[in-house]
Ligand binder design. Structure first.
Ligand code: CMC
Length: 432
């Protein structure tokens, strides 16, 4: 962050106030209003924080107008093509691409911790069989702070490191156990001879009664999807993780909150909604124009799920990579689905429509990911869990950046109160 020596002047009630302009490494500028209330008595109002930065961050850069996304400076396109998810996780969390030795140690540590404590596993039998796996994920992650009490202190770097490794190692096991429990199959324990994605797929789809082998193409496309979801700067779930962590809450508790925030259909839950929407359109005869019209109708609550983004106003670079991968994986796995055709026709129709053009609404990361997940046999209610597996290193890196900074303050927004002004208590019998 550079001090630009520039200031922005605000004129309030005839008095002028100067606020320093700070500049990021990509020349984004902000004026720092840290003293605004003390100096002027005013606060700012910014619905949905659309114009507010609450921190500086050196993790992810995105330019929504140009469709740029970089993790620690590396373009997402290069990472998607050349990297592995654990390498990207290391990059996000520790700031640099790992050396061979660093990646070997990181991978070994994670592999060593993939098992869950047996008494933690018993929790799964207490949830209803039809519980949403995101609810189970959030609950079990939260419960980690009861089982791993030796790694709760955010001020002890060794404990923080232990909790990072535990989360990275156990989240795939937690997720796969949620799925196996929901379908009444025996839970498949992790296999440490398999790499990260193959191990997850094995826990999802193997059964004890017969041999099972994960196809390398499947592990490869999962690796790609996890990389594309790994971080997206101050999105809703990441901001939630930062907000919880700002109270000095432990990492498990903070990540559990992130899982809950991700679940919402306007955020990570959109991938499930996209698939359900495509299925509805298919069942309804495949008339995409009808649904484009419905999405524009202000009297309807229907939105084109997987379309639009708070920040991307040109294209979502992740969606472009996923669309290509989608075509490839469906061909490789010889999967034929009418939903891909509907998705493509829907995209074409929306991109030609003035409503979507004027509002700069483009397909986002969730638009095609569900079609890939389905081709991998991942059930629809597990889609957002897949997103969570990918986003985990992003959440961790933001929590760690804030925790390590030494300058973070507890998150505590202000409000403009609009309720009743002071009034006297009326005794119950006297109320009308
Ligand atoms: N379908 C129809 N209209 C839309 C859509 C959509 N998907 N998205 C935005 N609009 C309209 C909206 O009605 C508004 O119109 P008007 O100006 O006439 O009132 C205008 O576009 C601006 O929308 P907004 O809701 O003010 O924009 P936002 O930045 O607050 O919301 C969004 C961003 C992603 C929540 C929204 O575009 C949306 O609901 N999309 C569908 C859900 C979705 O795909 N979410 C995944 C986002 S990417 C992955 C992630 O972050 O998890």
């Amino acid at each position: 962050m550079a001090d630009t020596k520039k200031t922005v002047q605000l004129s309030i009630d005839g008095k002028n106030y100067d606020y320093p302009v700070i500049e990021g490494s990509e020349k984004e500028q902000a004026f720092d209003i840290g003293n605004l209330r003390a100096q002027t008595g005013y606060i700012t109002m910014d619905n949905g924080f659309a114009n507010t930065s609450t921190c500086t961050s050196a993790i992810t850069f995105l330019d929504g107008d140009k469709g740029i996304l970089r993790y620690r400076g590396y373009p997402i396109e290069q990472l998607a093509e050349k990297s592995s998810f654990l390498e990207v996780a290391y990059l996000l969390i520790y700031g640099n691409l790992p050396t061979v030795a660093e990646l070997t140690t990181f991978t070994k540590e994670i592999t060593k911790h993939t098992l869950l404590r047996e008494d933690l596993v018993k929790l799964y039998d207490g949830f209803p069989r039809d519980a949403h796996p995101m609810a189970v994920l959030a609950s079990v992650v939260s419960a980690m702070s009861t089982f791993y009490q030796d790694s709760l202190n955010p001020k002890d770097p060794a404990q923080v490191q232990e909790s990072i490794i535990r989360l990275m190692a156990k989240l795939p096991t937690i997720a796969a156990f949620a799925y196996k429990t929901s379908i009444g199959q025996p839970r498949i324990y992790p296999r440490n001879d398999l790499e990260y994605c193959s191990n997850f797929m094995n826990m999802m789809f193997a059964v004890p009664s017969e041999p099972f082998q994960v196809r390398p193409e499947i592990a490869e496309v999962m690796n790609l999807l996890l990389i594309l979801h790994a971080d997206h700067e101050q999105n809703c779930s990441t901001s939630t993780v930062r907000m919880i962590g700002s109270s000095a809450a432990n990492l498990f508790a903070s990540i559990a909150g992130g899982v809950c925030a991700l679940w919402g259909p306007l955020h990570g839950g959109a991938n499930q909604e996209v698939m359900e929407m495509l299925q509805t359109i298919h069942n309804d005869g495949g008339d995409v124009d009808k649904y484009v019209k419905l999405a524009k109708d202000k009297n309807s609550t229907f939105r084109l799920m997987g379309f639009g983004h708070r920040v991307y106003k040109n294209f979502d670079p992740r969606a472009a990579i996923i669309k290509k991968a989608c075509d490839k994986v469906l061909t490789t796995l010889n999967v034929k689905t009418p939903l891909l055709d509907i998705a493509k026709r829907l995209e074409d129709a929306a991109l030609k429509d003035p409503y979507f053009i004027e509002r700069k609404l483009y397909p986002n990361v969730d638009f095609y990911s569900g079609i890939i997940y389905s081709a991998l046999n991942i059930p629809v209610n597990m889609f957002t869990v897949m997103f969570a597996l990918g986003r985990l290193p992003g959440w961790i890196s933001h929590w760690k950046e804030m925790n390590d900074s030494g300058t973070a303050k507890i998150g505590r927004p202000r409000q403009i109160y609009t309720g009743p002004t002071a009034r006297d208590y009326t005794p119950l019998q006297a109320r009308k």
